[in-house]
Design a protein around this ligand. Structure first.
Ligand code: PLP
Length: 396
């Protein structure tokens, strides 16, 4: 019955109310269940739970009410049948791959993905006979050309990080399905508040909950969202057996994060838009990458596919690495860290940090120049973020 009521709810209502099945205590806030196991009223009930004949809690590696509360809420927000929560964003991607692929299978992936995901594909999955081809995120013909009869998954992030290139999710979904592949979208940067890949045809959404779902830099977590068959069985089975489970405490923090997700993502995007426009007219700035600017190559697609541009603003300064480092070191408030998805604004120099392991050729092919800086715009007063950058920029 509750399901019916929830179907008509708006995004923020779902973000605040889905998934809490109130206990006889009548608690208003979502309870945390810090318990590793659950007890049964009889031997017959224990047997029925273990056989799957009766639904219910068994053991917190794969059933915990607080974690399930988070899963139900995120599934509703992404518009998916089922969500499985994981210990981290990386374990969400790993569980998806292990659940759906076997030796001999092939992945086609965007080249512009989270660095650790590249390492997972290249160094670890390859050991088990799963090969990956990398293509330019926005080059549809390259995606098509890379697909072969062994290809089972297409994998991407949009917008990309740090350059904010935007892929056409609907077109790539069609391409995937025409070749009997599944499309996996890492929706970490937009969250369902700004972009719902499943409604555009994607099959699976993966998340690093560590970023905007938490939103305040507290916990590590992840999630996979999709159909009952793919996520509820294949991915859940891997989680149940291999154990990279989300803790109930972290699930509770993410639940609280989801309640303000829409408000925060709109505010992040407003701050980022204002900062990007200001940077674009600054004489020391060569180029700004931000989907909300009309100068962005996929501006129209981004505005069609997303509700708002998001919080990642990258820009290159004149003067290469020396100027970029000078600007980073001149900041007094911004946090010098590679993390993102926090209320606190962060600044990083990708070429020497997140992308520091790339060769000079790989860097130039990825478009990550020595003068490029990435800002994950937080929720401080925008005037203060601008003032902090203005000091350094004016000194260049
Ligand atoms: C951080 C991140 C991940 C990995 O998530 P963890 O929670 O750190 O394991 C995956 N994808 C993207 C886009 C990320 O930003």
């Amino acid at each position: 019955m509750e399901e019916h009521k929830e179907q008509g709810w708006g995004f923020s209502t779902q973000a605040i109310r889905v998934g809490h099945h109130r206990t006889p205590e009548g608690e208003h806030g979502e309870p945390i269940f810090p318990t590793s196991s659950f007890v049964f009223s009889s031997a017959a009930e224990a047997a029925a739970r273990f056989s799957g004949d009766q639904p219910g809690n068994i053991y917190a590696r794969f059933t915990n009410p607080t974690v399930r509360n988070f899963e139900e809420r995120l599934a509703a927000l992404e518009g998916g049948e089922r969500c499985v929560a994981t210990a981290s964003g990386m374990s969400a991607i790993m569980a998806t791959c292990i659940g759906l692929l076997q030796s001999g299978d092939h992945i086609v992936s965007s080249r512009s993905i989270f660095g650790t995901t590249t390492i997972l594909f290249n160094k670890y999955l390859s050991r088990f006979g799963i090969e990956t081809s990398f293509v330019d995120l926005t080059d549809l013909a390259a995606w098509e050309a890379a697909i072969c009869s062994e290809t089972k998954l297409l994998f991407l992030e949009t917008p990309s990080n740090p350059l904010t290139d935007v892929a056409d999710i609907a077109k790539l979904s069609e391409l995937a399905h025409a070749h009997d592949c599944l499309l996996v979208v890492d929706n970490c940067l937009c969250t369902p508040a700004l972009q719902r890949p499943l409604s555009l045809g994607a099959d699976i959404v993966v998340h690093s909950a560590t970023k905007y779902l938490d939103g305040q830099g507290r916990c590590i977590g992840g999630a996979v969202v999709g159909s009952h068959e793919v996520v509820g069985e294949a991915v859940f089975g891997v989680l149940r057996t291999t154990g990279p489970t989300m803790s109930p405490f972290n699930a509770w923090v993410f639940l609280k994060g989801l309640e303000t997700l829409d408000l925060r993502m709109q505010a992040h995007s407003r701050n980022a838009q204002q900062l990007a426009e200001w940077l674009e007219q600054h004489p020391q700035v060569e180029r700004v990458h931000f989907p909300g600017l009309t100068s962005h190559p996929q501006h129209l697609l981004a505005m069609n596919q997303q509700c708002a541009p998001g919080s990642i603003v990258s820009f290159s300064v004149k003067g290469g690495q020396l100027a970029a480092w000078t600007l980073v070191d001149a900041t007094r408030m911004l946090s010098i860290t590679a993390n993102l998805g926090d209320t606190k604004t962060t600044i990083t120099h990708p070429a020497t940090t997140t992308h520091g392991r790339l060769t000079p050729e790989e860097l130039s092919r990825s478009g990550i120049g020595s003068g490029l800086l990435r800002i994950a715009v937080g929720l401080e007063s925008i005037e203060d973020i601008q003032t902090d950058l203005a000091c350094g920029l004016d000194s260049l």
